[in-house]
Design a protein around this ligand. Structure first.
Ligand SMILES: [Zn+2]
Length: 358
């Protein structure tokens, strides 16, 4: 190769790297999110029992397999309006299943297609982060714990997949589970929280096991988030509000069946508990962004006209749960929240005892 050609190649390499330098680096979880939720070059809507949900199940299984994990599919049927539909949980383990096991779970179905939702934050974000963490643990799984990742089907139609999974466990398997981290809508809202189960027990259908409202797992992941570089990346424990104990959450996601089986839970959720929403400061309103309110009153942190407000700052289950809209409204927010949660939870899972002992 002569000097001139070497020069040309060097020059083009420099130009290529310069182009990359000007592109914001895309984390793995954001790439997964796009593949799951973008309707044109991804899967898009993923309602329970639909083709979209099945495509997502295949996508998630294939990614787990690419990492080298052995995938277990747990299929189940459920009924909606007399119609029998099918779904499945997708399960992998990073280590020996006899070791103390920590579960990370995220539902992969979406809902509110009729309202225009593509389930970008609910729960494309949870699945995307789970996949990236599973990829990190391929090389670095802890030796004294097994980490189990579960993508749950049919959450939005009654927590069907997670209830089915917990019901399928033998007592000794339940006893082996240290805790369950639930990822449901982990990015998109104004802040990222982590909750434990309510101190007032959920109404559990399977009542032969003691209910757990243990805060051990919640506190461990809060601790793991503490020395993230900036304060913004730390998990928040929401303040107490009327009828709403500090840091606790209700039974409306996949953690429910685990708490009912006596398993400590930590539920990562992106929302905004400082908003005086439809039912008060309950975290159901996710953002103060005026686009998502008919009229937001900054002074009262709530609707200007409570009687006529329709939007209530909600992203989930609405037309605003689309990645393209959210990226325009909140440039880089989802990417940042995803990478913070991935970093924190991976850090915790790589050395659980460093955080659980406290
Ligand atoms: Zn959800």
């Amino acid at each position: 190769m002569n000097g001139f050609f070497k020069f040309i190649i060097l020059l083009s390499l420099l130009m290529a790297s310069d182009v990359f330098a000007h592109q914001p680096e895309e984390n793995l979880s954001l790439q997964y999110l796009k593949k799951l939720v973008l309707p044109d070059n991804g899967i898009g809507v993923r309602e329970a029992g639909s083709i979209g949900e099945q495509k997502s199940a295949k996508f998630i299984s294939d990614e787990f397999k690419k990492f080298g994990y052995e995938v277990t599919l747990q299929s189940f049927d459920f009924k909606i309006k007399e119609k029998t539909l099918s779904s499945a949980n997708i399960v992998i383990d990073t280590g020996n299943t006899l070791l103390p096991t920590i579960i990370v779970g995220a539902h992969y179905d979406s809902t509110a297609k009729n309202k225009g939702s593509f389930g970008a934050i609910d729960n494309g974000t949870g699945v995307a982060a789970m996949l990236e963490i599973a990829s990190i643990l391929v090389e670095n799984s802890p030796t004294n714990f097994n980490i189990r990742f579960i993508a749950f089907g049919a959450e939005e139609v009654g927590l069907v997949g997670s209830k089915y999974y917990v019901n399928s466990l033998k007592l000794e398997e339940v006893a082996n589970i240290v805790g369950m981290i639930n990822f449901d809508t982990i990015a998109g809202g104004d802040f990222v929280y982590v909750h434990s189960a309510n101190s007032t027990p959920y109404r559990c259908t399977k009542s032969d096991l003691p209910y757990s409202n243990s805060t051990i797992l919640r506190n461990a992941v809060v601790l793991a988030s503490q020395n993230q570089d900036d304060e913004q990346s730390q998990f928040i424990v929401h303040a107490e509000s009327k009828g709403y104990p500090k840091g606790e959450t209700g039974p409306w996601s996949d953690h429910y069946a685990f708490a009912c089986a006596g398993i400590p839970i930590a539920y990562v959720e992106s929302t905004n508990f400082t908003i005086n929403g439809e039912a008060g400061f309950d975290g159901y309103s996710q953002t103060i962004n005026p686009l998502l309110w008919d009229c937001f009153d900054a002074k009262t942190q709530g609707a200007c006209h409570r009687e006529s407000e329709k939007k209530w700052g909600q992203i989930w289950h609405t037309e605003y749960d689309q990645l393209t809209i959210l990226e325009t409204q909140y440039p880089n927010r989802i990417k940042k929240q995803l990478s913070n949660t991935v970093a924190t939870i991976a850090k915790f899972l790589l050395a659980p005892n460093n955080y659980l002992a406290h």
